[in-house]
Design a protein around this ligand. Sequence first.
Ligand code: SF4
Ligand code: SF4
Length: 380
Amino acid sequence: MLSGRMGRRKFLKNMSLAFGGSLAGQFLGSLPLTHAEKKPALEYRTLGKTGLKVTTVSMGVMNCSDPAVLLRAFDLGINFYDTADCYMRGRNEEMVGQTFKGKRDKILIQTKVHALDEKQMRASVERSLRRLQTDYIDVLVWHSHSSPEEVSDTHLFEFMSKMKKEGKVRFTGFSTHRNMASLLKETAKSNLHDVALVSYNFTHSKDLKEAVASAARSGLGIVAMKTQAGGYKKAKMEGLSPHQAALRYVLMDQNVSCAVPGVTTIEQIEECAAVMGTSLSKRNVNELKQYQSFLRGRICTMCGGCAGECPYGVWRSDLLRAVMYYDGYENDALFRESLQLITSQDIHRCSECPSCSVICRRGLNIKAQIKMVQEFVVQS
Ligand code: SF4
Ligand code: SF4
């Protein structure tokens, strides 16, 4: 607990130790936040060498299926929207295209492509353009890079260069959830990418913070995702609302161009937008500490730390994702959709295992998480 008598210098030092980063010199005190009845004070940063001016609070559209939320974000002045070819099997891009019809020149769109052969990647980009009802994509990123070799793959670069020359894509980059620090360091050296979409929040290491700084210095535009470290859990947290604090923490890092929190309701986008132009208070730091202990052992962040540990290949990304949607985001629609990719044999295999050999680096009880999914499958 922070003491009211604690000096400013001591407080900054403690906060820096608690969250593994140096925030000294950026701490400006807290501003009152309300749900934005009126428009927030917009704050822009430059997205690295792209030169694009993006609102620091932008929007991750992935979990959203309500066009009214997008329209509210637009009304609030948010100008950068992150979607992907595969979110909701293409319906997410369709919603973005339909909602922003006639507003294309006022927004920036980031979407994604999987690293496949050229024919498949071209078909994917063409589908995205059709769904988004546009003839260009502002930022196209590859999904989920996790090794330094992937970020330097010349075959992928040739394809991206063609897309740029053909005017279909303005800037390119990659997204990453695993080995992020080493990927960013590699990218900083190669200088081949324009943008990196990085899972980045108050639970991450100092090493990642330094890698983000070095990548930003090299000109890479850093877009932060998973900023809330596990979605919205107000009900379970007995009134505590740490989401603004989590978002503010990320944006205090000036090496981050913008954050794309995944929101699903008007209330959430207003709550996020109100964070622009503000800074962390002592209360926020307390909230983050409580939130951090609340999350410990509860949320799979898809960090990849346990990859390959299940001898039967059951604990893999589709099951991890289902668990994240179910218990992390509490998003039933996404959870049900993700279950379609999981075979019942996989889930039953776990029942035959006397003890799970997968060890979560964040203390998650994997067997219990699987049991939760099993129970849901049986009930449905
Ligand atoms: S319980 Fe067994 S099958 Fe299931 S994830 Fe763990 S090790 Fe794999
Ligand atoms: S289960 Fe744990 S170690 Fe495995 S990906 Fe999720 S958070 Fe990382």
